[in-house]
Design a protein around this ligand. Structure first.
Ligand code: NAD
Length: 281
């Protein structure tokens, strides 16, 4: 049986640290403030936004929600972003994605001040990450690195395989592993011999979005397996990209739920503190 990496417990520890920092900033007269923009009434977005607001409240971060109707125009949305960019009591801005189809998410991300871009999606921040000189890291890959650090798993010199190449997870994940001197391979939907490549991984990160994608025969015995996926299984239950039977082969495994998921919000809180501190200077 693999050792479970307890994301819930590690996220709770990060959140406690964030709370201490938020209290310190509040004592200095600067309560960290996060603005959360949500457009329309997508139920999944609603859940994510509520979770983020609750986590902020628990961590001593002031959050403000901007719930805009589904028929909001691009101009109206950009006007809200501009207003938040200018506000001194708002240090982090995030726009919950996906947006309704008539809105251009790239233009919205580009409009957010890079200094307040706590999701680290702005091209300026992505570029900073590429050169290894960054203020913010995107929350999910940063959460994975935090899980590895706090489990004393070093990736230096190891073969790391990331399945998935999205801008939000796969690509930055590969970059963060590379920054820590791993040898990194990115696999995607056009990769040939994917199973064989995965079998060579000391650290295998799955960010595909398909239940049961990583099967035991794809995992090197003793490997660290990080499951980023959030899917609904045939039984309607939440599950990751990794087949539960991988537990018999892997050395370490992040469960779903309770693995990477809780870390994503914890890192968002951490980024908000970072933003408040850097705007204070
Ligand atoms: P995405 O759909 O943007 O990207 C999926 C990637 O998987 C693509 O790059 C694609 O090339 C690759 N892929 C698809 N089919 C493949 C195949 N057959 N073989 C190899 N690669 C294949 O998704 P995303 O935004 O990167 O998210 C990935 C998963 O992670 C989803 O389940 C998502 O819900 C989850 N997610 C979780 C968190 C979290 O907090 N835990 C955060 C973000 C995303």
């Amino acid at each position: 049986m693999a050792i479970k990496i307890d994301g819930k417990a590690i996220a709770a520890a990060v959140r406690q640290e964030v709370r201490a920092e938020a209290e310190e900033l509040t004592r200095q007269g600067m309560t960290p403030g996060l603005a959360v923009i949500v457009v329309g009434d997508d139920p999944a977005s609603r859940v994510y936004v509520n979770n983020k607001k609750k986590a902020c409240a628990e961590a001593g971060i002031r959050s403000e929600e901007f719930a805009l109707p589904a028929d909001t125009t691009q101009e109206q949305l950009l006007a809200v972003v501009e207003e938040l960019n200018a506000r001194e009591d708002i240090h982090g801005i995030l726009c919950q994605l996906p947006l309704p189809k008539h809105l251009d998410d790239k233009a919205v991300i580009a409009a957010i001040s890079p200094k307040k871009d706590v999701d680290a999606f702005h091209a300026a921040n992505v570029g900073q990450i590429l050169i290894g000189d960054y203020t913010f890291l995107p929350c999910t890959p940063a959460g994975v690195m935090e899980l590895l650090h706090r489990t004393d798993i070093a990736v230096e010199g190891k073969q790391c395989v990331v399945i998935g190449r999205s801008n939000i997870v796969g690509k930055p994940m590969a970059m963060l592993l590379l920054h820590e001197n791993a040898t990194v391979t990115i696999c995607h939907s056009r990769t040939k011999n994917l199973e064989e490549i995965c079998r060579q991984a000391d650290v295998l990160v799955a960010a595909v979005g398909r239940a049961g994608f990583v099967t035991p025969d794809m995992v090197k015995p003793g490997a660290v397996v990080v499951d980023v996926g959030i899917n609904r299984g045939a039984d309607g239950k939440l599950c990751g990209d990794v087949d539960p039977a991988v537990d018999e082969v892997a050395g370490y495994l992040t469960p779903v739920p309770g693995g990477v998921g809780p870390m994503t919000i914890a890192m968002l809180l951490k980024n908000t503190i970072t933003a408040a501190r850097s705007l204070m200077k």
